[in-house]
Structure formats: C-alpha cells, structure tokens
Design a protein around this ligand. Sequence first.
Ligand SMILES: [Zn+2]
Ligand SMILES: [Zn+2]
Length: 348
Amino acid sequence: MWFCVKCGKRVPKEELIRGYCIDCFTRNIGLLERVPEIKLTVCPKCGSWLYQGEWNLPLPESEILESVTRHELRKYLVKDAELQALRVSNLEYVSFNTVKFNVVLNVLVNGRSLSLDHELTARISRKQCPRCVARSTGKYNYLVQIRFTEKDLPGELLRGVLSAVLAHVDRDGLINAREVPEGVDLELDDISTVKKILDVLHKKYAARINTSFRATRYDAHQGRWIGVTTYVARIPVFSENGIVTYRGRIGLVKFMNPGKLILWFPSTDLYEEIDIKEYWRGLLKPASRIEREVYTVKDINGDMALLENTSTGDVKRVKLKGWLKNLKPGDTVNLVKVDGLETFTPRS
Ligand SMILES: [Zn+2]
Ligand SMILES: [Zn+2]
C-alpha cells in the first residue's frame, strides 16, 4: 500500500499523481499553473472575433470562449498534463465587457484522467471588424460592371442575369448593386464572390471580361498599391425569335439555353445549336438592320414556284426545297434581307 505524501491517506499506487492523492493534487497543485487572462475582441455588427491578431468567422459567444479558452489553457496547464476536452457554461456578464463563465476540463495527467471545474473571467472589447468598417463607409475593392453589346435590352435578359448572379453569390460579399443606364454595377469586397459572379457571367451568358486596376493609395506597410479592380463583363444580346447571321447564313433564334442558341436556318430547314461565344469570333451576329418584303405564291410548277412582291409587283422564280415545299398558291411569305444576305421565312 502507498500513502499520499500530503495527507498520509492510504492510496493504491495507480491512483497516486506525483505522490498525491486526487484530492490533495487538485487542491494543492491544481491543473493550472496560473489562471489565464482571457481577452478578445468581438465585432458588434457581425459577430466576427479577433484573437491573436486575426479576425475569425462569427460564432455564438460560448463557442468563441471555448475556442479561446482552449488556446489559453494549453499555455498554463501543469507539466505533463494534456487537455482532452473542455466545455464552457453559465456565461454571466458582470459588467459591460466582463463575462464570468464556468469551464469543465478533462485533463490527462500522468496517465490519469481528471475532470475539473474552473470559474474564469474574460474581457471582451467591442470593435467593428475591418469588413464592417469598410462596408459602413461604402468602400469596396472590386467593381463588376455588367454591360451588354446592344443598347436595347429585352427586359427579361437583365432580370435573368441579375437573378442568376445573385443566386450564385453569398450576399455577404456584396456591398452594393446599382442599376446604371448601361447595365448594372456590383461593388464587392470579397474576391471569391467576384470569381463566382464572373464564372456565371462567362459560362451562362458568354460574357467577355476585361480587367483593370485603379490604384488609390500606396500601402507602405504591405508594400503594395491598394485600389479598386474593375471587371467589365460584356454580354452578347440575343432574343428569342430574333434574326441573326451565322457564318454567312440567316438564322432565327428558336430557343436560348445557357451559353447557347438553338437556331433555325430557313434555307436548309435545319436546327443547330450554336455557342454564343461565336459572337466574339465575329461569326455570330444579331441582325442590326432587317428589311422585309412580302411575296405571294402565284403559281407552282413541279419544284419551282413563282412569287410576286405584293407591293412592287417584282417576280421571283424560286426552287421549292426545305420548308418551302409546303407552299400552295395564294400563300404569302417574307423575304428577309440582312447584311447582303436574303432568305424566305414564313410570315408569323
Ligand atoms: Zn492526500
Ligand atoms: Zn463585423
């Protein structure tokens, strides 16, 4: 049998900690060499918290205290003691910036697992985090300008672009969204949100993006220029049932999918899926000036038709192929002229 060196109580050897019984060890030695002084700063606006020079994501106060206490206690635990678990409870504000709380520690000392209660005090100062400060002064680091290749926009295009953009961003990173005559300006302070927005604009709307940087001041501390990075995302404008030219043919936009157009080519009566990016290669263009003339089918002879311009009386002989095969005498069709190209289309 062994004895506690402090109180003389008989104790089995495996229950001794450094010669003490558990009671004497916790009373005389304890687990902490010193009671830690817990200090931290919390942003009153968003709840982010500053600890050891770094702002961390918002958490409930008890979880913030748990995290900070865990860090602090490691420094003050007695030698050979290992912190295994920690739980904070009974938070109580004793003044505006002082909170008392209870912490239950599970610690392993010399192979023995001990559980101990401590009452600790934390000083919490309140200060707005840099992000909230920037936001309240309207400062932003990134400007995304959504622009279009045409002045006259179908209203649903702008609304569609905006809702697609906003659905893909965590609004926390968005400071301001403004409608301007040429489109929309988004002011942001978070590069990952900017990247998500640009990705949507590029993939879904085939936007071409130009980047520029405007320095506002030199930060000697960081050794670099601070300023605003501007991304101009220009979106090609097409509309359903609109007329386009594609590689020397006139086409009608039948459907619009993300980044794609489904075109119908009257000359061949075929549908094709075209990547909107072809716009940027100069191969796909919305028709800017369209002339339309109305013709009436006067006569059909084998696979040839005689068409007469209803206002000028001009006559054309046309081979009946593609959709034209279904024409009957008396039908009317449009002759559409775009950029020196022409084709017959049904009158809708
Ligand atoms: Zn003892
Ligand atoms: Zn904040």
